[in-house]
Unconditional design. Structure first.
Length: 232
């Protein structure tokens, strides 16, 4: 039976449809802008990396190629099991069930934290940020990827779905927490229109997904994100 660690933010997209979420991950950022920006901030060769809210572990192999050690932490035990299967041939990667509010790692044991569309969405994530201060070593860095709802086609969709979402309040929150903002304009690029349709149907309520599909032709979507980051 699936167990979900306390404090998990419900994530119906990947919890209910991990295969469709895999298509989404494959479509994200074909130009590698996010990876390049993260490397500029804090390269991970020889480092201890934590992927917090790692889902099915899509990003673990990328870190494992250069890191000394990679730990994926994921509150949903079924997804954690999928992540373990993905990295079973990578001896420097482990996956633990857990949540950002109680990271199952010792103090000062991590150099690089990556959290992508997971738990760190602005106000309310203070308990996880306190845990980052505990586990990240001096000289380490946390890098958090989330939507930038102020621009781009995807940002517009996000605002139409959640009109009360306040990007300025989110930005003020991260500034107060000592994070810097790196705005990036990435793309989703799907091989097939059906894949984009499937992804929109797990990301938005049914009616909105159909509206967005009717408005937006093709297999590509421009998508603004913020890479929030800080050193410790
Ligand atoms: C949208 S998915 C993204 C997964 C992964 N980061 C990726 O990019 O493929 C969000 C993930 O955050 C996880 N999550 C939810 N609450 C969390 C928490 N409190 N701490 C850590 N992860 C959490 C979910 O279980 C889910 O796997």
């Amino acid at each position: 039976m699936v167990e979900i660690a306390a404090g998990a933010v419900p994530s119906p997209n990947i919890w209910n449809s991990p295969q469709v979420y895999e298509l989404e991950n494959r479509a994200v950022d074909p130009d590698g802008l996010l990876e390049a920006a993260m490397r500029r901030i804090r390269p991970w060769d020889g480092a201890h990396v934590l992927d917090l809210g790692c889902g099915t572990g899509y990003h673990l192999p990328m870190f494992a190629r250069e890191a000394a050690r990679v730990v994926g932490v994921e509150p949903h035990s079924g997804l954690a099991a999928a992540a373990r299967r993905r990295v079973r041939d990578l001896p420097n990667v482990t996956v633990r069930v857990g949540a950002a509010q109680a990271i199952p790692l010792p103090d000062a044991s991590v150099d690089v934290v990556h959290a992508r569309w997971a738990y760190f969405f602005g106000p309310g994530c203070e308990p996880g940020l306190a845990e980052l201060r505990r586990v990240v070593r001096r000289g380490g860095a946390a890098m958090i990827i989330d939507n930038d709802a102020t621009r781009s086609t995807f940002g517009g969709w996000f605002r139409r779905w959640l009109p009360s979402y306040d990007p300025q309040a989110v930005e003020r929150f991260w500034a107060r927490q000592g994070f810097q903002r790196e705005p990036l304009l990435i793309r989703w690029l799907f091989e097939r229109r059906e894949d984009l349709a499937a992804v929109l149907r797990i990301e938005f309520p049914a009616e909105l997904a159909e509206t967005f599909l009717a408005e937006h032709p093709g297999c590509e979507v421009d998508y603004a994100v913020n890479l929030w980051w800080r050193y410790y």
